[in-house]
Ligand binder design. Structure first.
Ligand code: NI
Length: 187
């Protein structure tokens, strides 16, 4: 089922999401709905708060970027209770990001290139992986959502000032995108 994407301004995006346990009600359906919703909105990743659920669940399918980054073919992840650790002395790279919860906003964000991620999959089997490059960026962006952080929080005050009108429009529900959304003020 395709769910509406909760937009910037909605309090669900600003709550830290707790870890979940295997008895989390409706986990499989939620993951399937997150996938359907992400594909319907042409996203690369989606975090549960973006469909209105405060739980540490992320889905990523980076394979659409395989033309540019061949190593990303078949890179699909259900990340449950993920934890990210920065590796080495944390070289940072700046690249443009966007977010389904912030339609129409694309800004360069500086992030570390290499991370170690620990998570469990849908069967609660633990995994640990070292990831670098674009996928590491997507993982950081999505895991930020679980900690109530949005990519615009990483911008300088000046950049943030420059997009203030766009942000205010999103809060007011004035968005122009071709997927279903739910703003703070919409019913
Ligand atoms: Ni996002």
């Amino acid at each position: 089922m395709i769910l509406p994407i909760y937009l910037y301004g909605h309090p669900v995006l600003r709550k830290v999401s707790p870890d979940i346990t295997p008895d989390f009600p409706g986990l499989h359906d939620l993951v399937e709905n997150m996938k359907a919703t992400m594909y319907a909105s042409d996203g690369i990743g989606i975090a549960a708060p973006q469909v209105g659920v405060n739980a540490r669940i992320v889905y990523i399918d980076a394979s659409v970027l395989a033309d540019t980054f061949p190593e990303l073919a078949d890179r699909k992840y259900v990340l449950i209770n993920p934890r990210i650790e920065v590796l080495e002395d944390g070289e940072k790279v700046s690249r443009e990001e966007g977010c389904l919860s912030l339609p129409g906003i694309h800004e360069p964000v500086s992030r570390v290139e290499k991370i170690r991620i620990n998570y469990v999959d849908e069967q609660f089997k633990p995994h640990e992986e070292v990831v670098s490059g674009y996928l590491a960026r997507v993982m950081q962006h999505e895991c930020d959502h679980l900690d109530a952080v949005l990519f615009i929080d990483h911008l300088s005050p000046i950049r943030k000032q420059l997009i203030r009108n766009k942000l205010n429009n999103i809060i007011k529900g004035k968005v122009n995108c071709d997927y279903r959304t739910k703003g703070y003020k919409s019913k």
